[in-house]
Design a protein around this ligand. Structure first.
Ligand SMILES: [Zn+2]
Length: 459
C-alpha cells in the first residue's frame, strides 16, 4: 500500500475504463500517493475495498487560456451584431467594474464552474493589474492575489500568467480604458512580476492546504508590447518560466504589425528570440504556411480556443497543419462564454471538418493530449494519467448523452453536464456539478454578479 492510504481523503481509484494517452484501457486502478501524485497505474486490476469506483475516467483537463472576468459578458453581447473590436469595447467596460474584492468573487465562481466541468488546472492570462486610473493598488499585486485566493478556495490548480501590457496599439500609448493594464515599462513589469513570484514562494507549504499556484508570464500581444520589449522580457525571464502571447486572433493584428514593424507577429517573435518550446501562442488563427513552419520548428504550443474563436467570429486556426509542423496543440476557454473542455475538444476537430470537408482530421490521441497533457505542459505542469503525474481525474458519467458511445469517443459526445466526480491531487474536489463542500457554482456566480456592478451597460 502507498503512503496515500494514511490520508482518508486520498483513496485509490478504480475505473471500468480509462482513456490513457487517447487509448482505452479496462479495469484500471490508479493509486495516488499522499502528496497527490499518481504512484501507480495498473491495467486489468481488481478494485480494492477502499477504492473509489467509477465507470469511465479521463485525465483532468488543462485550460491553457482563460480571462476569468470575461465571464461577465456571457449572454450579453449577442444583441447588436458587430465584430471582435466592438466586443472588446464591452469587455473594457466589464474590466472597469473590477476591484480586488469583486475580482475575487468573479474568479471564485468561474474557477468553480471550470472545476465542476472537468478543467482541473487553469492558465489565467491576467492583465487587470491596477486601479482604473493606472495607479497601483496599495498592495501592488492585489488583483493577482485575488486570483490566487480564488483558485485556492475551489482547489483548481492555477498558473497565473501575469501579463505585460504597455501600449494601446503599435507606437500608441494606452487608451484611457487600458491604463489599468499597464506597468509603464518592461522593467517596472518585471519588478512587479518578481514580487508576485516571491509572494507565492512565501506562501505556506502545508501539504493539502497550500494553493497550487505557479507564476508564469504573458506578453499581451505584439500590439501591446514592442519587438525590443519582447526581446528584453524573453531575455530577463528564467528559461523555466512558461511564456504565453496572443498571436493572431484577428487579421487586423497582422496588418498593424506589418505596418508598424515591417513584419507579421510570428516574424516579430522569431526576431525577438521568443520562439521556443516554452512559448505558447494563443490564437494561431491567421497564420501563413511559412509561419506555421516557424512555429512548428520551434516546438511552441499552439493554444486554440474554439468556442471563443467561433463566438467572436475570429476564424479557424490550422490545427492539424500546426501539429504536423511540430507544434503541440492545447485548448483554452478564453472568454469563458463556454466553460466545457469537451466542447473545446470537439470544436478543435469540428473546425478542421468545416474548413476541409473531412472527418477525423485530428486523431483521438491528439485530441486527448490537447485537452490534458499538452495544456498542462504549457502551464509548466505534467498532465495525463501516468505515474509521476498529478492525480487529476474526471469521471464522465453514463447519461442519456453518452450511453452507447465507444469509450474512446466519449469525450467527443459528452459535455460538462456529464461530468460526475472530479479529483485533484487524489482528492475529490467536485461532484455532479457542485464543489466537494456542497457549494454551487451558480450561487457563487449570483454573488459575483451582485458584487460587480456591471449593470446592463456592459454590453
Ligand atoms: Zn485571450
Amino acid at each position: 500500500m502507498t503512503a496515500g492510504c494514511s490520508d482518508p481523503s486520498v483513496r485509490p481509484i478504480h475505473a471500468s475504463t480509462a482513456l490513457i494517452d487517447g487509448t482505452v484501457q479496462h479495469n484500471v486502478r490508479i493509486v495516488p500517493s499522499a502528496d497527490g501524485m499518481i504512484a501507480s497505474v495498473i491495467v486489468g486490476a481488481e478494485a480494492g475495498a477502499r477504492d473509489l469506483r467509477f465507470g469511465h475516467v479521463v485525465a483532468g483537463a488543462a485550460n491553457a487560456h482563460s480571462h476569468a472576468f470575461h465571464r461577465l459578458l456571457r449572454g450579453r453581447t449577442h444583441g447588436n451584431g458587430g465584430d471582435f473590436w466592438q466586443w472588446r469595447t464591452a469587455m473594457y467596460r466589464a474590466a472597469a467594474c473590477l476591484d480586488p474584492d469583486g475580482y475575487h468573487r468573479v474568479a471564485t465562481a468561474v474557477f468553480a464552474e471550470m472545476l465542476t466541468a472537468g478543467w482541473t488546472s487553469v492558465g489565467e492570462f491576467h492583465y487587470v493589474h491596477h486601479q482604473t486610473d493606472g495607479r497601483p493598488y496599495p498592495s501592488e499585486n492585489a488583483m493577482g492575489e485575488a486570483l490566487i485566493a480564488a483558485a485556492a478556495d475551489v482547489s483548481i490548480r492555477l498558473t497565473l500568467l501575469d501579463t505585460c501590457y504597455l501600449h494601446g496599439a503599435p507606437n500608441r500609448p494606452l487608451a484611457r480604458e487600458q491604463r489599468r493594464f499597464g506597468d509603464g515599462s518592461v522593467d517596472a513589469w518585471l519588478d512587479r512580476w518578481h514580487e508576485l513570484r516571491a509572494l507565492v514562494d512565501r506562501s505556506p507549504a502545508t501539504p493539502g492546504t497550500r494553493p497550487d499556484v505557479l507564476v508564469g508570464a504573458a506578453i499581451h500581444s505584439v500590439r501591446a508590447v514592442a519587438p525590443d520589449e519582447i526581446a528584453r522580457i524573453i531575455e530577463a525571464l528564467h528559461a523555466d518560466v512558461p511564456v504565453h502571447i496572443h498571436l493572431s486572433e484577428q487579421i487586423a493584428e497582422n496588418t498593424q504589425s506589418a505596418e508598424a514593424y515591417g513584419m507579421r507577429p510570428t516574424a516579430v517573435l522569431d526576431r525577438a528570440g521568443a520562439l521556443s518550446p516554452r512559448l505558447s501562442v494563443v490564437h494561431a488563427t491567421h497564420v501563413r504556411v511559412d509561419e506555421i513552419a516557424l512555429l512548428g520548428a520551434a516546438g511552441v504550443t499552439a493554444v486554440l480556443c474554439p468556442t471563443t474563436e467561433s463566438d467572436l467570429g475570429d476564424g479557424i486556426g490550422p490545427a492539424r497543419a500546426l501539429a504536423d509542423a511540430g507544434a503541440r496543440l492545447a485548448l483554452g476557454s478564453d472568454q469563458n462564454a463556454v466553460i466545457d473542455p469537451f466542447l473545446e475538444t470537439r470544436g478543435l476537430e469540428y473546425g478542421e471538418r468545416l474548413a476541409g470537408n473531412r472527418r477525423g482530421v485530428l486523431t483521438l490521441p491528439m485530441l486527448d493530449a490537447a485537452r490534458s497533457s499538452n495544456g498542462a505542459r504549457s502551464l509548466g505542469r505534467i498532465g495525463g494519467i501516468a505515474p509521476g503525474a498529478p492525480c487529476d481525474l474526471v469521471e464522465v458519467r453514463e447519461t442519456a448523452t453518452t450511453i452507447g458511445a465507444e469509450p474512446d469517443q466519449v469525450a467527443l459526445v459528452a459535455s460538462a453536464a456529464d461530468v460526475g466526480t472530479v479529483i485533484v491531487g487524489g482528492r475529490v474536489v467536485a461532484e455532479s456539478g457542485l464543489l466537494a463542500d456542497g457549494r454551487d457554482p451558480a450561487e457563487l456566480l449570483r454573488v459575483a454578479f451582485r458584487s460587480v456592478p456591471t449593470g446592463s451597460g456592459v454590453a
